[in-house]
Design a protein around this ligand. Structure first.
Ligand SMILES: [Zn+2]
Length: 111
């Protein structure tokens, strides 16, 4: 397994940064960045890290915007999820001495 991936950002090679310039003389190009892949199947069972595939946040979001329909299609949410809770209110005092109502949320363990 190689220890790097090419950034998956669809526009990565178009961003004008020094880190993307490759070639010599007049034969220079902007090239997709390499990304160090720290995850390997041999040493880590927690799964790949998202930034093993993207050089930065901009390239990650470019990819998401381009492929959002396909990504959502993998695991679509067709109904809301719910988590049972208890809600209590308490009066608290803030740093300037004023009282305010704090909403406390506790999860209900109904297993
Ligand atoms: Zn990139």
């Amino acid at each position: 397994m190689s220890d790097f991936n090419w950034c998956h950002g669809p526009e990565c090679h178009t961003y004008e940064t020094q880190s993307r310039i490759r070639g010599s003389g007049r034969d220079k190009v902007l090239r997709t960045r390499k990304v160090k892949a720290y995850y390997t199947y041999e040493t880590n069972n927690s799964g790949p890290h998202i930034f093993d595939f993207f050089c930065d946040q901009r390239c990650l979001m470019d990819y998401v915007r381009t492929h959002i329909t396909s990504v959502i299609g993998i695991a679509p949410r067709r109904e809301a999820l719910e988590l049972p809770i208890n809600v209590t209110k308490t009066i608290e005092t803030n740093w300037s001495g004023n009282n305010y109502t704090r909403t406390n949320i506790e999860r209900v363990d109904n297993t």
